[in-house]
Design a protein around this ligand. Structure first.
Ligand code: SF4
Length: 386
């Protein structure tokens, strides 16, 4: 299997978002939440989407999964997952995509876990929704276990031919793409649930599987949510501020878990956060978002070493540093714009120390200022556009 770095260097795009415009209709007016967003996530990478609260990063996650509220409307653009435009899919088809291809974990697991069902009931439900895949996984697991058992046996042992028969039975199931019987499926779902709870490092998974969400700590609930996401075996795993509500120690444990899982799962990971520390720790590439626009995209090391956009520079300056003595922390002057009446031209212009006339009239294009380093700012070129 190619290494992660080899996979990344092939630059195979898994998720490609082009020109996404989205608004919310509210009593106060139309909130222009996404203003023509372009972004892509490559196969196998951890991609960070960072920005202040209200900049539109969580809305992006809702657009990708098409879980928008009724007052939201996507005006234009494409969201292409492995060649399929998700915006052209019917609601029924999207349910299937959410079930099998996109997994999301949010900040507050209590909102998404069902309080009247045990962890096992909720995780095993994910497996039971796709009995063919569950049967295939169990058949492969059994064949592996039985082959190991066979290797330790001599042909004279009473169990030898029985073990061989069992292997053939599971091989037939695999070849016929069939499913296990109802009772076997339930047993298999329980077994896979315990497996996945073990993968997310929940100690004593059999006991935890039988517990209700209120009986678990915040960190354990977040691990249970991650287990449900992994059970889907998704193409992309979206983690939206998943450590924000946790205390620092648990936060570190969940991040360490995500790092470990990255080696074990094949999915790309999209991390949505306001925390640049998490981006530095976890991500391969990062997109910086401001007021519904992606203003800069680059490899993580490049962004921290050489931030180009005035907003990214301001964000990085605002991080407190232990190697510098400061009387006051740096901050970006002004406040986040009202997206019902967003600034004309470059949406950052009222707060930008370098703004000039064209910035107030025209929106800058996203240009490649250095290989793989994209920025949306006239300081680096690009003709003003309407
Ligand atoms: Fe500042 Fe103009 Fe660049 Fe916008 S386009 S970030 S206002 S210099």
């Amino acid at each position: 299997m190619p290494s992660l770095q080899e996979q990344l260097s092939k630059k195979e795009e898994l998720l490609d978002i082009r020109g996404l415009k989205m608004v919310f209709h509210t009593y106060a007016g139309e909130v222009k939440a996404l203003d023509g967003v372009d972004m892509n996530v490559r196969k196998g990478e951890v991609f960070g989407l960072v920005g202040e609260s209200g900049c539109g990063k969580s809305v992006m996650a809702l657009c990708i999964s098409r879980l928008l509220p009724e007052n939201a409307k996507i005006l234009s653009g494409q969201i292409i997952l492995k060649g399929d435009d998700l915006l052209k899919k019917s609601n029924e088809e999207m349910r299937e995509v959410r079930m099998k291809r996109i997994a999301m974990v949010f900040q507050d697991p209590m909102t998404f876990l069902n309080p009247v069902l045990t962890v096992a009931e909720q995780v095993s439900e994910v497996y039971l929704l796709d009995p063919k895949r569950l049967s295939k996984e169990i058949a492969e697991k059994r064949i592996h276990e039985l082959n190991e058992k066979l290797a330790r046996m001599s042909e004279e042992e009473a169990d030898y031919s029985r073990t061989k028969q069992d292997i053939s039975k599971f091989q037939e199931l695999l070849q016929s793409h069939g499913t296990l019987g109802r009772r076997e499926l339930r047993k298999a779902a329980w077994e896979r649930t315990v497996d996945v709870l073990r993968i997310v490092r929940l100690a004593d998974p059999e006991r935890i599987a039988k517990q209700y969400p209120h009986e678990l700590s915040g960190g354990m609930r977040q691990r249970a949510m991650i287990a449900m996401a992994l059970a889907r075996n998704p193409d992309i795993f979206i983690a939206d501020e998943i450590t924000t509500a946790l205390d620092v120690t648990v936060q570190a444990q969940i991040l360490a878990l995500l790092k470990d899982l990255r080696k074990e799962i094949q999915a790309s990971i999209l991390i949505i956060t306001h925390d640049l520390g998490i981006v530095a720790e976890m991500c391969d590439r990062v997109a910086v978002m401001y007021a519904g626009n992606i203003v800069e995209v680059a490899d993580v090391k490049e962004i921290f070493r050489n931030p180009l956009h005035p907003y990214t520079q301001g964000l990085l300056r605002a991080i407190p540093r232990i190697d510098k003595e400061l009387e006051t922390l740096d901050s970006i002057p002004g406040s986040v714009p009202d997206l019902i009446f967003p600034p004309t031209g470059c949406r950052f212009h009222p707060r930008c120390p370098y703004a000039f006339d064209a910035c107030k009239q025209y929106k800058p294009p996203l240009i490649e200022a250095a290989p793989g380093h994209f920025v949306e700012c006239f300081l680096y070129g690009g003709l003003p556009r309407e």
